[in-house]
Write a protein of this length. Structure first.
Length: 144
């Protein structure tokens, strides 16, 4: 049983870190993808070099661009839901890892005082929480 849990711990820990890396790279490429239409639109609505009063953007082109932005908005909502799902998977993996860690702490027979000195990572399955109200507070703080 112990060998199975150790192997499971390794696989789940790898999956947890892979999900975290996937979220980071996915978000980076998502930002790049969202910047492309904005760049193209700013080029199209800029005045032409020959006459400052004429704009390259016509009514037909503006309808196409508005449609493209509508499609991108819908895709953005779907991608947001996908990232949220990956985040919830990462939390589930972390909770599972904590449960396996608790099993081994309990089985080790280490006294509570000694365990509190060596234990750094949590061993409760209710942490991390699924809802984090302070997730963006670190970005706003001067130390974050």
């Amino acid at each position: 049983m112990d060998r199975y849990l150790l192997k499971e711990y390794e696989h789940i820990a790898d999956a947890h870190f892979n999900v975290s890396q996937t979220i980071s790279s996915f978000f980076k490429y998502y930002l790049i993808l969202m910047a492309i239409p904005l760049s193209i639109t700013s080029y199209l609505i800029s005045p032409t070099a020959s006459n400052n009063s004429d704009y390259v953007l016509t009514k037909n082109v503006s309808i196409i661009i508005a449609s493209a932005f509508g499609i991108l908005c819908f895709i953005g909502i779907l991608l947001c839901v996908y990232v949220i799902n990956m985040r919830l998977d990462a939390i589930l993996y972390a909770r599972t890892i904590n449960g396996i860690r608790r099993y081994f702490y309990g089985k080790s027979g280490i006294k509570v005082f000694e365990k509190s000195r060596i234990k750094v990572l949590p061993d409760t399955t209710i942490f991390p929480r699924y809802y984090e109200s302070r997730i963006f507070c670190l970005l706003c703080s001067p130390l974050g």
